[in-house]
Every structure is written in C-alpha cells, then in structure tokens.
Design a protein around this ligand. Structure first.
Ligand code: HEM
Ligand SMILES: *[C@@H]1O[C@H](CO)[C@@H](O)[C@H](O)[C@H]1NC(C)=O
Ligand SMILES: *[C@@H]1O[C@H](CO)[C@@H](O)[C@H](O)[C@H]1NC(C)=O
Ligand SMILES: *[C@@H]1O[C@H](CO)[C@@H](O)[C@H](O)[C@H]1NC(C)=O
Ligand SMILES: *[C@@H]1O[C@H](CO)[C@@H](O)[C@H](O)[C@H]1NC(C)=O
Ligand SMILES: *[C@@H]1O[C@H](CO)[C@@H](O)[C@H](O)[C@H]1NC(C)=O
Length: 322
C-alpha cells in the first residue's frame, strides 16, 4: 500500500515533468559508488555502541520506527526544536523515552569523515542502524537488505508525532487502523511488534495494564507491581520480553502465556483464535519465518513516503537543517 502510494505519486510527478529527477525509488546500492565504506562504517559504530550498552540496539530500532510513522522516513525525528517549528522529540510518545541520538551523531560524524563529505542522509542512517542492530542482536538470522536513497526533511511537527504514533493503550482494532493508515496490514503489525523482542519500557507505559487488565498472568502482574507502583516510579524500566538483548521468539512465546508487558502487546494474542492469534502462535515457534517476515515488513515500513531525488536535503548534522 505504501509502495503503491509512492508509485502513484512518482507516476504523477514523472508525467507532469516528463523526466523528473525528484522521482526516484530507493535502491540497495545507493552508496556503493559514492561512498563504498558508508555501510561498514555505520555497522562498526553500531556494533561498538551495542558493546558499550546492549540496550542501544533496541533504541536505534525504535528511532527508525518513530521516524517512519511521522511524515515518512525522512529523519524528521532527529531534528531539534527551532524558532520555526517544534519538533517531534517532545511529543508524548518520544519525550523522556526515545534514545540513541548521540549514537546517530557519532555515526554521522564517522560517515561524513569516511565519505569525505556529507552524502549519507540521516534518514538512511536510521534505516541502516536499525537493520544492523537487529542483525547484531539476532545471531544467525536472515539479514535483510535495506533500501537506500532517502533524503532528510527540513521540517518536523510535534503535533504530527502525537497524532501518528500508536500509544500502548490502544486495542487491536485501533492498532490495526493506525497501521493501515500507514499502508501496513495485520501481518506487518504483528511481525513488527516483534521489535519488542528487544528493549525496555518505562512503568508509565504499562502501569494501567498491570493494575487493570484481566488478560495478564497474575504472577507476572504481581512481580511487575513491585517495580512499578501505583504512584511514582514512572521512569522505572522493565524488559519488553525476558531476553531483551536477543532478537528471538521469546516476545511471541510470552504473549501465549499472557505475559505481554504492554497492553498493545497482549492485544495481539487474546486467545480467541483470531488471525492475529494465529500469527503470534506461528512466530512463537518459527524463528526463521519471524526473521524473514520482519525483514520484509521493515523494508515496507522503510518505504513510507521517503524524500528522494532533489527533494529535502542531506543534512550535515542530523539535529538541524543545513
Ligand atoms: C504496535 C504499536 C506499538 C506500540 C503501541 C509501541 C509502544 C512502545 C512503548 C510504549 C515502548 C516503551 C517506551 C517507553 O519506555 O517510554 C516501546 C518500546 C520499544 N518499541 Fe515499540 N511500540 C509499537 C511498535 C513498535 C515497532 C513497529 C517497533 C520496531 C519495529 C518497536 C520497537 C520498540 C523497541 C525496540 C522498544 C524498546 C526501546 C528501548 O529500549 O530503548 N515498537 N514501544
Ligand atoms: C526560519 O525560517 C526562515 C525562513 O524560511 C529562515 O530564514 C530562518 O533561518 C529559519 N530559522 C531557523 C532557526 O531555522
Ligand atoms: C523521568 O526522567 C526524566 C528525564 O529522563 C525527568 O525529566 C523526569 O522528571 C523523570 N520523571 C520522574 C517521575 O522521575
Ligand atoms: C514539511 O515540508 C514538506 C514540503 O517541503 C511538506 O510536504 C510536509 O508536509 C511538511 N511537514 C510538516 C510536518 O510540516
Ligand atoms: C476499541 O476501542 C474503540 C475506541 O475506544 C472502541 O470503540 C471499540 O469498541 C474497541 N474495540 C474492541 C474490539 O474492543
Ligand atoms: C484503572 O481503571 C480505573 C477505571 O477506569 C481508572 O480510574 C484507574 O486510573 C486505572 N488504573 C490505572 C493504574 O491505570
């Protein structure tokens, strides 16, 4: 659907201007000629960052998701506020929650240096860093080939971030309609939620679930209440699954046991035999299918409304427009 939309946009632009340089699809080999060391450099910085702090892989994966869901994968999430706009960083889903900005800066500095100029966009850095994180934390997984050639936005919107990112208290119907509004389907929703196989969540995001939900394992809820009291401790973190630095199927296995940490996680498996239930059950014991389908859906997500050709810019510094 997203690919279809960008195809339609491309087609209209190409028609109007006959041959338009603004219309270009993302490609696998975008940097092969212009900077052959770009991708290995990104991977090396990501690898070091994960060695320093294993959680950072999860944080980098989430940055790409939050970038793409708000006006497409255009690096807008990285922009600091300016006099002209209030950016996405202070929007509710992001404030005190998104992390990894310093690692993105480190990557950008490294690629600017190895390429001898600023040619790798911040939007592409997020896409590659997300893929590399999954690859590094995933062991013998299927390494999906990320598509490249995105350019960076010159604006950002706090409002759009508040409106377009799904909050964790949504039910399945609402989660699906949010994903559909981004050109993604139920399978994409389930498999991409598998991103929660790595990383942590703050208490404030799962408090309502552990105190009020009924489809939760009682022992699991009781132990979480120790770490996440009814009042206070909003910033206390807990693992999204039991193996937070392994990209594995434990997230889906936990849902089968009503041990999803977020309300939105457990919505994917309610034990009602729905299509969503079946997908969760399947991924819970088919790691290779999960890894492969995750790559397919990540590419689909990464194709959302990219700026290509001469639109936008390649930022020199990911935090501000040139
Ligand atoms: C389906 C809708 C989704 C909802 C409602 C949701 C919600 C959340 C919430 C509330 C957190 C914790 C934030 C905090 O502690 O402040 C979180 C963390 C995370 N999310 Fe999601 N998420 C969704 C989909 C995704 C997708 C599609 C991905 C990536 C493919 C993803 C990757 C992550 C990761 C890796 C973390 C942990 C980050 C870290 O430890 O720094 N999420 N998510
Ligand atoms: C705000 O926009 C104006 C007009 O486009 C531009 O001249 C100015 O440099 C911008 N300010 C910042 C802080 O980006
Ligand atoms: C949570 O952490 C942020 C900084 O990350 C801080 O500004 C905020 O006051 C903290 N909230 C609580 C309730 O401790
Ligand atoms: C940013 O500008 C582009 C055009 O330059 C526009 O299509 C887009 O909607 C704008 N985004 C925001 C968040 O204002
Ligand atoms: C999901 O939430 C919406 C909005 O609160 C509600 O109208 C709808 O009935 C809910 N759907 C289900 C299946 O619970
Ligand atoms: C549980 O639900 C009640 C009734 O909707 C609400 O007032 C309360 O704030 C909820 N508790 C939590 C921890 O979210």
């Amino acid at each position: 659907m997203a690919a279809f939309q960008s195809f339609v946009v491309c087609f209209i632009v190409a028609f109007a201007v006959i041959v338009s340089p603004t219309c270009a699809a993302l490609t696998r080999n975008f940097y092969d000629k212009v900077c052959p060391h770009a991708l290995p450099t990104i991977k090396a910085v990501v690898k070091n960052a994960i060695i320093r702090e294993p959680r950072i892989g999860a944080s980098l994966l989430r940055l790409h998701f939050h970038d793409c869901f708000v006006n497409g994968c255009d690096g807008s999430v990285l922009l600091d506020d300016t006099a002209n706009f209030t950016g996405e960083k202070t929007a509710l889903p992001n404030l005190n929650s998104l992390r990894g900005f310093d690692v993105v800066d480190e990557i950008k500095t490294a690629v600017n240096k190895v390429c001898r100029r600023s040619v790798v966009s911040c939007a592409d850095i997020l896409a590659v860093a997300a893929r590399d994180s999954v690859d590094i934390l995933g062991g013998p997984s299927y390494r999906y080939k990320v598509l490249l050639g995105r350019r960076d936005a010159r604006n950002a919107s706090k409002n759009d971030a508040n409106n377009d990112l799904p909050p964790p208290f949504l039910n399945l119907t609402q989660l699906l309609s949010n994903f559909q509004s981004h050109g993604l389907n139920l399978k994409d929703l389930v498999v991409l939620s598998g991103g929660h196989t790595i990383g942590l969540s703050r208490c404030i995001a799962f408090r309502a679930r552990i105190y009020n939900d009924t489809n939760i394992n009682p022992g699991f809820a009781a132990s979480l209440k120790q770490e996440c009291p009814l009042t206070g401790g909003d910033n206390n973190t807990q693992p999204l699954d039991a193996t937070t630095t392994r990209f594995d199927t434990v997230y889906f296995k936990s849902l089968l046991k009503s041990k999803g940490l977020l309300h939105s996680d457990q919505q994917l498996f309610k034990g009602d035999g729905s299509t969503s239930d079946k997908l969760v059950r399947h991924y819970s014991n088919h790691y290779l299918d999960f890894a492969k389908d995750f790559g397919v859906s990540m590419i689909k997500m990464g194709n959302m409304k990219p700026l290509t050709g001469t639109r936008g810019e390649v930022r020199l510094n990911c935090r501000r427009i040139n």
